[in-house]
Design a protein around this ligand. Structure first.
Ligand SMILES: [Zn+2]
Length: 345
């Protein structure tokens, strides 16, 4: 039974093989008629319990409704890269923190989970203050976490950010290739110093991809062709799993990495570094040039409506208008404290 559960967890959680093997070794006694010889150290048990709770938390997180809604395919995410941006490029175990860093991380986590305080959620929380949740930039559609990045008024900015990021790819590619070659050279030197016979590494070259190469590389991303050309263009896939808006939220899809590394003709690790920088640039610029101006426009509108910052943090106890509003209220209760003032980030 335990093995079955682990099999299921593991198939959804690559990288848990170690935990599985460790727990199995602990429980497996090849000679049941004789007791196991040798005590299991306290540190080992602690490590196993830690791994066990990691699995449990991961399972609980992946089954959340908002996670399923905000991340179309958890298995197709390059998590090392994505989490590096969630944690603002600081290692978690350093316990480094300050208020700016905390705000940035909160913003990234909300963005990843589709929990930014857009007007639809503000209306659900405070129907007395927000009679409408129409986007204050385009004034056409309801503003939710998806619309923030897809708003027609942000289309030009998205194309500009994309072009700038594309313009930096060769610089990032050369840097990543140089580091790759230097690392191979160090490994070679270490091996020779130990007296081992190893072939001398052949340096890799960065060949600047053509525009057509790039288009081939990112075509699995919905809306990417249109953003790249700056004019409406059809998507390659009828129902793409990922959209440009997911990249703007800081998600690095594995499938995009696979396609792009094929066109780069480089080892996967170089493509990974370049794509990591590409998505990081899109994410940071989208916060500055799309989210911040969106907040300014919304605050300006709120002021014309007489909605103050104090009103927004006061508790609402009146009736909830719609079923949609009810479901969002439940989400808020489940996360607790996500009402943190977001504007300005
Ligand atoms: Zn809009």
């Amino acid at each position: 039974m335990g093995q079955k559960i682990f099999g299921a967890v593991e198939s959804r959680t690559p990288g848990l093989t170690h935990a599985k093997r460790a727990l199995y070794q602990l429980s497996y006694n090849p000679k049941p008629d004789r007791p196991q010889i040798g005590p299991v150290s306290g540190a080992r048990v602690r490590q196993l319990l830690k791994q066990q709770s990691t699995i449990r938390h991961h399972q609980a997180w992946t089954s959340q409704r908002r996670v399923k809604r905000a991340i179309p395919d958890i298995e197709d995410v390059e998590w090392n890269s994505t989490l590096a941006y969630v944690h603002d490029r600081h290692a978690v175990f350093t316990f480094y923190s300050n208020s700016k860093d905390t705000h940035q991380r909160t913003h990234h986590i909300k963005k990843l989970h589709g929990m930014l305080p857009t007007l639809n959620s503000m209306q659900a929380r405070k129907p007395n203050l927000y009679p409408t949740c129409v986007c204050r930039r385009c004034e056409l559609e309801k503003e939710d976490n998806d619309h923030v990045w897809k708003c027609p008024s942000a289309a030009e900015t998205t194309t500009e950010i994309w072009k700038e990021a594309m313009g930096k790819i060769n610089e990032w590619g050369v840097q990543a290739t140089n580091s790759y070659n230097a690392a191979r050279k160090r490994e070679y030197k270490r091996a020779v110093d130990r007296g081992r016979q190893v072939p001398r590494p052949v340096p890799i070259h960065w060949w600047p991809p053509s525009d057509a190469d790039h288009v081939r590389g990112f075509s699995s991303i919905g809306g990417a062709r249109a953003v790249h050309s700056g004019s409406p263009a059809l998507d390659r896939d009828e129902k793409p799993m990922w959209n440009v808006s997911d990249l703007l939220r800081g998600i690095t899809p594995l499938s995009m990495l696979t396609e792009w590394s094929a066109v780069f003709r480089t080892p996967m690790s170089i493509a990974k570094t370049v794509l990591h920088k590409f998505v990081g640039y899109l994410e940071a610029q989208a916060s500055e040039l799309i989210w911040k101006p969106r907040c300014s426009a919304t605050i300006a509108w709120e002021q014309t409506q007489g909605i103050s910052a104090k009103d927004k943090t006061s508790k609402y106890t009146g009736p909830r208008a719609t079923i949609v509003a009810q479901s969002q209220v439940l989400d808020r209760t489940a996360t607790g404290g996500w009402c943190t003032e977001e504007f300005g980030l």
